[in-house]
Write a protein of this length. Structure first.
Length: 93
C-alpha cells in the first residue's frame, strides 16, 4: 500500500470521483422517479407526487367491503373449513 503524498493524492481523487458519481446517480434517480410518476398517472394509478418524487411508504388504498360481502366471504370460508375437517376425519377413520 502506498504511503506519503502519493496515498493522500489517490484518496482525494477517489473521494472526488465517488462524490461526482453520487451526484450523477442522484440526478438519474430523480429523472427515473419522475418518469415512473408520469407513467403511473397515465395508467390511472394515482396522482403524481408533488415535485415528481414518489412518496415513500404510500401503497394502494385499502378496499372497503360491505357487511354483506364480509358475511358471504366468512360463510364460504366456514364451508371450506368444514369440508377440510370432514376429509381429515374420514382419512383418520
Amino acid at each position: 500500500m502506498p504511503r506519503g503524498k502519493a496515498a493522500s493524492a489517490t484518496t482525494t481523487t477517489d473521494q472526488t470521483t465517488l462524490q461526482m458519481a453520487l451526484v450523477g446517480y442522484e440526478i438519474e434517480k430523480e429523472r427515473i422517479v419522475a418518469k415512473i410518476a408520469e407513467i403511473q398517472s397515465q395508467l390511472g394509478g394515482g396522482k403524481p407526487a408533488a415535485g415528481g418524487a414518489a412518496t415513500s411508504g404510500a401503497g394502494p388504498k385499502k378496499r372497503v367491503l360491505s357487511a354483506a360481502a364480509r358475511k358471504r366471504i366468512a360463510a364460504a370460508q366456514r364451508k371450506r373449513w368444514a369440508e377440510h375437517r370432514r376429509k381429515a376425519a374420514a382419512s383418520k377413520a
